[in-house]
Design a protein around this ligand. Sequence first.
Ligand SMILES: Cc1cc2nc3c(=O)[nH]c(=O)nc-3n(C[C@H](O)[C@H](O)[C@H](O)COP(=O)(O)OP(=O)(O)OC[C@H]3O[C@@H](n4cnc5c(N)ncnc54)[C@H](O)[C@@H]3O)c2cc1C
Length: 163
Amino acid sequence: MAPGTTVAPADRREELANLFQGWAEPVQNLIKHLNPLETNRLEIGDLDPLDRLVRGRVALLGDAGHATTPTLGQGACQALEDAVILTRYLVTTTISIPDALQRYENARKERTANLVLKARKRTGIIYGKDPAATESWYQQLAQEVPSDVTGAIADIILTGPLG
Ligand SMILES: Cc1cc2nc3c(=O)[nH]c(=O)nc-3n(C[C@H](O)[C@H](O)[C@H](O)COP(=O)(O)OP(=O)(O)OC[C@H]3O[C@@H](n4cnc5c(N)ncnc54)[C@H](O)[C@@H]3O)c2cc1C
């Protein structure tokens, strides 16, 4: 959709019903049971990786520092990692707060920038920017063995956010 596309809250269920016409019955049931007035409709966007996350005694964490599209499910995870790493440097520094913040930036900038760009690339595939690529992604998804998918999710959970 073009950026800035809006739909009045009362019409949001109908919009979804039109978009998901022909999808499986559980999807139709889910849409039928939505209260359109309580349904958020968000424009998906991200930020280009920033040159810095820190200046002096000021540090950016979470989306403020690296807003990402939700295609890897990593936005909040990265915000939590930021908080853990920042806390670690703040409580252990024997030099200064600006030095601890600089270490935080050194530890976080590249990892979060890479995830933002990876998620952006995936957004192009998932959301039909190139319809043929999206079609092929869905076909590939349909071939996945369900236990491989749940196994991969379990691995992520069991190794923890910093694993
Ligand atoms: C559709 C969708 C699906 C997602 N799925 C996932 C997922 O599966 N996994 C995952 O890890 N992440 C996911 N995310 C991303 C995740 O929601 C964000 O990355 C995360 O909420 C960022 O946390 P934050 O604390 O940095 O920012 P926010 O959660 O945006 O918190 C910022 C807070 O600051 C407040 N605020 C703003 N301005 C001011 C002001 N001037 N004064 C005071 N307060 C202010 C806001 O009201 C808000 O409460 C998803 C996001 C979306 C949109």
